[in-house]
Design a protein around this ligand. Structure first.
Ligand code: ADP
Length: 620
């Protein structure tokens, strides 16, 4: 039909074509704006497609109105049809994305249902005279360009589809507006709804009301549609459509947290995962979603425990905290994790379990690095510190009587500080040894009564200086010998007595006693000091914990003493505990089992290695 190209490009200026040109310019501008400023997501892409179709429509309409001949007008009319015919289903797709029902578009049948009718209309408009009359003779010159009369007996099929789909979009948006809790998305929905109404209402006027009233106007469908795209673009840019919505923000945040998040259905299928889960397990998102949670469990035993301790209880309980379990990665590796789960319920029962899994392997690695650092630093501090203390004490001796009292007090203070520093370094080394599991006991048979009373004796001078009465209460019955690491267990006694003296005022007393309780020897350090507030008691034996009491001010404790004491007592398979009343005093007690087996854990290890005797103190 369009054999003579020169006819097609035969133009004659028509001023009304400016409306089409204007819409092309506007939509081009909107396209650039949305691409540059709009969020990068599916909704934006659908909207960009709307703009492209409008641009095709506008350009062809512009050329149509300027066509000099019937054949040219018909050609440009053909070119423009995909534009105005397909824009409706694409707008519908955009609306579906906006309300979060884009899944509808993933189904082949739905795709056919939405796009099929319009593609058919386009097909028939090109190949038959049913929708649009393609007879050259039907093209008439009118003041605004060209008009086709009669149009096509089934043109109303298109009008109907147009009204149907735009109305469906408005219904979707209204329902979304009424149900959405997110304020910004609600406002956007309202705006888009209004924008969609412009071409619908406009179309009703131009296609129904005006013709009935006998009013003839320039076809302005493209202007109405452009008014709509302007409004939608405004919403996209103004509220940065979809991006700032709290729901989206929440899912972004969920993706940035380092813990693996899993939503699990009551039927044990994985419903949702975040990026950390994908990274941890190594499987793709779509491989995880819909899979049974058992799939990421390394073995049946772990799975059974997980089901019994986490999944089953969460049907009734709201919360399961820090359950240590294991996940299996894609490569079949096992990762230790700490799993916490919350159950989401409604009246009908459990809906989902939201679980957070912390990768313990990563933490252990980090913890190990910290310990190594502390250990190395403390070791390095030890040598210069010993030499400082050595020189200070020599200096103290040498200059005695040759310097003023004030200068002498400076030296004393320096010496005391260096002692405190040494105690701190030793404590740090002990802590790092404990935590690395490197602290070893060298047990021997010990006369406990003798050991405790000798330690108490070393405090007599200091206690007297502070006007505190310290004494060892001899046990009523002779205590059996116990197997302990004399050096380490003494550290515990020193610590407790030291603390008791520090926290007791002049005039008070510290009583140390020991007795047999069942198969344990229990030792008590009882003071009449300031006591410990009840809320501090649970934290007392943790690392670096200190109560800043009245007497404490100015003293330079490290908060490590009780932590180390507890570790040493527990290594002896004993217990340590405290009873305290503020203002009355505290009693720290610890127990050591009498049958402190001679066999040490280390010994067992050597037996395994085929050695028949424990290594000597050099570790050989
Ligand atoms: P440090 O004594 O180096 O601060 P500890 O671990 O030995 O560290 O003690 C932790 C805290 O427990 C102390 O800071 C102190 O507040 C409190 N505490 C320990 N023993 C007593 C006691 N006998 N009376 C009162 N408070 C005590």
């Amino acid at each position: 039909m369009f054999t003579d190209l020169s006819l097609i490009f035969d133009f004659q200026w028509n001023v009304f074509s400016l409306t089409s040109l204007l819409s092309v310019i506007i939509n081009l501008f909107l396209l650039v704006l949305v691409r540059a400023k709009g969020p990068k997501n599916e909704s934006t892409n659908w909207f960009i497609l709307v703009l492209i179709l409008l641009i095709i429509w506008g350009i062809s309409e512009f050329l149509d109105r300027n066509s000099a001949s019937q054949i040219a007008s018909l050609f440009w009319d053909y070119v423009g049809r995909p534009g105005w015919i397909l824009v409706t289903p694409v707008l519908f797709g955009f609306a579906l994305h906006f309300v979060g029902q884009e899944n509808i578009l993933k189904n082949r049948f739905n795709q056919l249902l939405i796009f099929g009718p319009f593609i058919l209309v386009l097909f028939f408009s090109w190949n038959t005279n049913l929708i649009i009359n393609n007879d050259i003779s039907a093209h008439h010159r009118v003041y605004y360009g060209w008009s086709i009369t009669p149009l096509g007996s089934f043109f109303e099929v298109f009008t109907l589809l147009f009204i149907l789909f735009l109305t469906a979009s408005v219904v979707l948006l209204t329902r979304f507006y009424l149900g959405a809790s997110d304020l910004i998305k609600r406002r956007q929905a309202l705006f888009i709804m209004g924008a969609f109404l412009i071409p619908i209402i406009g179309g009703i006027f131009t296609d129904a009301i005006f013709p009935i009233l006998g009013i003839q106007i320039v076809p302005i469908a493209i202007i109405l549609t452009t008014a709509m795209t302007i409004s939608v673009t405004y919403t996209i840019i103004r509220y940065s459509l979809f991006v700032v919505s709290p729901t989206l923000a929440a899912s972004t945040i969920i993706d940035t947290i380092s813990e693996a998040l899993l939503v699990i259905r009551p039927n044990q299928l994985i419903e949702q995962v975040n990026k950390a889960t994908i990274d941890l397990i190594g499987l793709k998102k779509n491989e995880l979603i819909g899979a049974n949670i058992q799939r990421i469990m390394p073995d049946d035993e772990t799975w059974n425990d997980f089901r019994e301790v986490v999944l089953k209880p969460l049907r009734e309980k709201d919360l399961v905290l820090n359950f240590k379990t294991k996940f299996k990665t894609k490569e079949g590796k096992t990762v230790p994790v700490s799993f916490s789960g919350v159950s989401l319920k409604d009246i009908g029962g459990l809906i989902s379990i939201v679980g957070l899994a912390r990768n313990l392997a990563k933490e252990e690695e980090f913890e190990q690095m910290k310990l190594d650092f502390v250990s190395i630093a403390a070791h390095e501090l030890r040598t210069p510190l010993t030499s400082i203390r050595g020189y200070l004490s020599v200096l103290q001796e040498e200059v005695k009587g040759k310097i003023s009292e004030e200068q002498s007090s400076f030296l004393d203070k320096a010496f005391i500080s260096s002692n405190q520093l040494e105690a701190l370094v030793e404590n740090l080394l002990s802590v790092s040894r404990i935590e690395r599991g490197a602290m070893q006991l060298e047990k021997s048979s010990v006369d406990w009564e003798e050991l405790v009373s000798s330690i108490v004796t070393t405090y007599l001078v200091r206690a007297k200086g502070r006007e505190i009465d310290i004494y060892f209460k001899t046990p009523e019955k002779k205590l059996p010998k116990i197997y302990v690491d004399k050096f380490r267990i003494s550290e515990v006694l020193y610590n407790l007595i030291d603390n008791a003296l520090t926290h007791t005022e002049a005039g008070g007393s510290v009583e140390v006693s020991s007795g047999l309780d069942g198969d344990h020897v229990v030792t008590y350090v009882k003071d009449t000091g300031e006591g410990i507030p009840p809320d501090a008691l649970p934290k007392l034996f943790t690392k670096f914990f200190r109560v800043s009491g009245v007497l404490e001010q100015g003293s330079k404790g490290t908060g490590l003493g009780l932590y180390i004491s507890k570790a040493i007592v527990e290594m002896h398979k004993g217990k340590i505990w405290v009873e305290s009343t503020p203002g009355v005093g505290s009693t720290f007690s610890f127990s050591i089992p009498v049958k402190g087996e001679k066999i040490e854990p280390e010994f067992d290890k050597f037996k395994e290695l085929g050695l028949t005797h424990a290594p000597d103190s050099n570790g050989k």
